[in-house]
Design a protein around this ligand. Structure first.
Ligand SMILES: [Zn+2]
Length: 180
C-alpha cells in the first residue's frame, strides 16, 4: 500500500472504512511519519471546524466542506434570483408607469374610457355609427385625441420593447452560469 491509499482513508469518514482498513490505517500511522503529521493536522483542523458553529454538524471533513460549498453556491444562486426578479419588477413598474402616462388622459375621463371601450369591442360600422349619432361631439373629440391606429401602434411598440428588454437582460446576466 502506498501513502495515497492511507491518506484517502484518513480523509474518509470512519464509518466508511472496513475494520481491516481501519486497522491497516492505524498500523501505517504507527510507522509512517508523513501520514502521521498529516493525520494530526487533519484532526486539529477538524477540531477548529467543530469549534466554529455549524447549523448541522456532519462527521467528516470532506462532507462538511461540501456542505459549505453547496451553501455558498445556493447563496449566490438565491442572490441572482433576487436580482433578476427585482430587475424584472422594476422594468414592469417602469412600463406600467409609461402606459399610465400614455393612458392618463383616458383615465381622467371615465366616460371617455367607457365609450372608447365600447367603440373597440363592438362592430365599427353598426355600433360606432349609432354612438356617433348619439354622442357625436364626445366621439369626435375622442377620435381626434386618440387615433385608433396610433393606439394600436403604441401598444405594439411597448410590448416589443418589453420583450427586447427581457431578452437582453437575460443575455447579459445568464443567471444559470454558476459552475463551482
Ligand atoms: Zn504513509
Amino acid at each position: 500500500m502506498n501513502h495515497q491509499t492511507y491518506q484517502d482513508w484518513l480523509f474518509a469518514d470512519a464509518e466508511d472504512l472496513s475494520p481491516i482498513q481501519a486497522h491497516s490505517l492505524q498500523e501505517h500511522l504507527q510507522v509512517c511519519e508523513q501520514c502521521q503529521s498529516l493525520s494530526s493536522a487533519f484532526y486539529s483542523l477538524e477540531a477548529a471546524l467543530n469549534a466554529d458553529e455549524m447549523a448541522a454538524p456532519e462527521p467528516g471533513f470532506t462532507r462538511r466542506w461540501q456542505a459549505r460549498l453547496e451553501a455558498s453556491q445556493q447563496h449566490i444562486y438565491r442572490r441572482q434570483i433576487v436580482t433578476t426578479f427585482s430587475t424584472i419588477v422594476f422594468g414592469l413598474v417602469a412600463l406600467a408607469g409609461l402606459m399610465l402616462a400614455i393612458l392618463w388622459p383616458w383615465l381622467k375621463s371615465p366616460s371617455l374610457l367607457f365609450y372608447t371601450w365600447v367603440y373597440q369591442v363592438f362592430s365599427f360600422y353598426t355600433f360606432a355609427d349609432a354612438l356617433r349619432n348619439l354622442a357625436s361631439p364626445l366621439l369626435n373629440f375622442s377620435k381626434s385625441a386618440f387615433p385608433l391606429m396610433g393606439i394600436i401602434f403604441g401598444f405594439g411598440l411597448l410590448s416589443e420593447l418589453a420583450v427586447l428588454w427581457v431578452v437582453s437582460y437575460r443575455l447579459l446576466t445568464s443567471p444559470r452560469r454558476v459552475t463551482l
